[in-house]
Design a protein around this ligand. Structure first.
Ligand SMILES: Cc1ncc(COP(=O)(O)O)c(C=O)c1O
Length: 361
């Protein structure tokens, strides 16, 4: 479907080519430095270029490094807007605090986002399934192998053109419950977005692929019983059908990431006539409630994956199908509703869109 107006041509669905996720970088980057004496300084928008780092750079050894992920979307009127960047700025500050790094003030975060998106927004085609994925990064730059926090840091913002995380369009995924490893523990770093959280999950991700599944489901580390989240996504469970269906997501226990998509969907669910809930949910409940037909749909959500149906589950002692094994109507309504807000197809009641002014000629 294609909709044209004076300023642009935008397409809904039927992507022509999928740029993938994470490889098609844009032409620019934005950079800031921090030191104890100068605070935040040296703001620069430059061409995307390689970094020159001493092999003894703290971030490379001790993982003093945090990042974020957010997206700029082409709007139906042809302009560009970033979805909820203030929330990412706040989460980035929490991540920095947890790793003894300086917090980037919200206005500097937003300025970086505006400058980079303004410079590279021409890379965003009219295909509404595509977006500009923005990756803010903060890392320790001292050259020292003393086991202590760095006293200098660098902030970078880079971007790539993103298609669907699992391909364009809506594809359901199968998931593997991981019983061997833990992603996070109480008092750890599971509720912030730091580099080390991800390296340690790659082995489990490989196990999932070897089992023919697209993603890993993480359980709590103490009892290996409570469902927490997936690799880079939060989870939702639907109980019942139609209006009044419960849309349930694991409660924030301090060991899972408070996703901005998760928060957005909790708010949108009520407006669609569903009942949003946050609760602890065990794997046994998941299996039993699927068997009894109480749980009718499951979906994952995140900036990268948007809303993705989860239709089959594997565990050590077998597996089960969710609902009828196909994307369900509540999942698709939630996906559509989020898509509509992000692309200016519906009123932005909550002020979630951060508009970017057109690139100067
Ligand atoms: C571990 C983890 N959980 C959940 C999410 C989803 O968060 P958001 O909706 O803010 O992208 C992410 C992505 O940032 C993640 O890395």
């Amino acid at each position: 479907m294609t909709i044209s107006d004076r300023s642009s041509t935008v397409q809904l669905g039927n992507a022509i080519t999928n740029p993938g996720h994470g490889d098609d970088f844009t032409e620019h980057m934005y950079s800031l430095r921090w030191s104890e004496n100068l605070g935040w300084h040296q703001p620069r928008l430059t061409a995307l270029e390689n970094l020159e780092l001493h092999p003894g750079t703290v971030a490379l050894h001790y993982g003093q490094c945090a990042f974020e992920g957010l997206k700029a979307h082409r709007q139906i009127d042809g302009t560009v807007a970033v979805f909820r960047p203030k929330e990412n700025a706040l989460r980035f500050q929490r991540s920095a605090r947890r790793l003894s790094m300086p917090e980037l003030p919200e206005d500097l975060f937003l300025e970086a986002v505006e400058r980079l998106v303004q410079a590279d927004q021409n890379r965003l085609s009219g295909n509404l399934e595509h977006s500009l994925y923005l990756r803010p990064l903060l890392f320790a730059t001292d050259t020292s192998l003393m086991l202590r926090p760095s006293s200098t840091f660098r902030f970078l913002l880079i971007a790539f053109v993103a298609g669907g995380f699992f391909g364009d369009g809506v594809e359901s995924v199968s998931v593997l419950i991981n019983r061997d490893y833990s992603r996070a523990m109480p008092g750890g770093t599971g509720d912030v977005k730091v580099a080390g959280n991800y390296a340690s999950t790659f082995v489990a991700q490989r196990m999932a692929h070897e089992a023919g599944c697209a993603q890993v489901v993480w359980l709590d580390s103490a009892e290996h019983r409570w469902v927490e989240e997936m690799g880079g996504m939060n989870l939702f469970f639907v109980r019942g059908h139609g209006f009044g269906a419960e849309v349930v997501t694991p409660a924030l226990t301090g060991t899972l990431l408070p996703g901005i998509t998760r928060d957005s969907l909790l708010r949108l669910a009520g407006r669609l006539g569903y009942v949003p809930r946050e609760e602890r949910l065990s794997v046994d409940q998941w299996r039993e409630e699927c068997a009894s037909g109480v749980i009718t749909e499951v979906f994952s959500c995140g900036t990268a994956a948007v809303v993705t149906p989860v239709t089959s589950v594997r565990d050590v002692d077998g597996g089960w199908i969710v609902g009828d094994g196909h994307p369900g109507p509540v999942t698709m309504a939630m996906r559509r509703s989020l898509f509509e807000v992000q692309h200016g197809l519906t009123q932005d009641q909550d002020g979630w869109l951060h508009r970017i002014s057109p690139a100067s000629a």
